[in-house]
Design a protein around this ligand. Structure first.
Ligand code: SF4
Length: 128
């Protein structure tokens, strides 16, 4: 797995330290949204390894039970239930409102690539 780095304001580069990486079971990837721009949100991960300095989502830490700094933990959501696409007809879905669902852990856990709804459509999907 590639290691991510970040640069400070003086362009000094540091590796991102990930202290906690664990899998958690969830009932559904879909969460009803209170955001004005979306009916549902999908966040396949809790936390975000990028740990951006100006992250708008770091407030989420207080709902996770994690003591680590934002950017130093990630929970990988496992869910057996398929995403109910019928329920999403004429609805808007905000993917990754409080994480990056294509972060470096995706290479290891394949959460998005295992779910058709979350998959990035590529050339080999024969879709136009
Ligand atoms: S959620 Fe977005 S802004 Fe926040 S750390 Fe991840 S990539 Fe950065």
């Amino acid at each position: 797995m590639k290691r991510l780095v970040y640069a400070d304001e003086n362009d000094n580069v540091f590796p991102i330290q990930m202290n906690t990486e664990k899998e958690i079971q969830v009932k559904d990837y879909l969460t009803k949204s209170n955001l004005p721009a979306s009916d549902y949100v999908i966040n396949p991960y809790v936390g975000c390894p990028h740990g951006c300095k100006y992250c708008y989502a770091s407030f989420m830490k207080r709902f996770t039970g994690h003591k680590e700094e934002w950017g130093n933990f990630i929970d990988i959501k496992r869910c057996d239930k398929k995403i109910n696409t019928k329920k999403l007809e004429n609805k808007t879905v905000f993917l990754s409102s409080v994480t990056d669902c294509y972060n470096e852990f995706e290479e290891k856990y394949n959460i998005c690539s295992k779910h058709d709804y979350l998959k990035i459509k590529g050339d080999d999907d024969n879709e136009t």
